[in-house]
Write a protein that binds this ligand. Structure first.
Ligand SMILES: [Zn+2]
Length: 125
């Protein structure tokens, strides 16, 4: 079990990249998720630092950090991108089982539309 000392390595001497304990992220860094929430993307920069959170009986949970000052705005929506997205969404509205366009996105975990699920359940009952 690594001690707290092992999780604090701001120079990256032991871990190869600057490492901080969970919740002690330095100023100016953000995770990919945090960047996206702010409308930013890493923009090709390498991972700048990492956060480690110790876990019982497993390796520590790792979150990679990027420098906010090197992040770029998310690619703007172009007509071609919008069309590709619309097409992908439309495809997800078609039930793979009955081929009906149900008008909403079918969750992949369901794999079929509500009507089909209902019929399957009826059959199983
Ligand atoms: Zn269906």
């Amino acid at each position: 079990m690594p001690g707290r000392r092992d999780l604090y390595d701001p120079t990256g001497e032991r871990h190869g990249i600057p490492t901080f304990p969970w919740k002690l992220a330095p100023e100016g860094y953000a995770t990919y998720r945090q960047l996206r929430a702010a409308g930013l993307r890493p923009g090709g920069q390498p991972v700048a630092a990492q956060l480690l959170r110790p876990r019982r009986r497993r390796g520590p949970l790792t979150a990679y950090l990027y420098r906010i000052d090197r992040a770029l705005p998310v690619r703007p929506m172009t007509p071609a991108r919008r069309a590709a997205l619309a097409k992908a969404n439309a495809a997800q509205q078609i039930c793979p089982n009955c081929r009906c366009d149900v008008g909403y996105r079918i969750p992949r975990s369901h794999g079929m539309c509500g009507t089909c699920i209902h019929h399957e359940e009826q059959r199983a009952a």
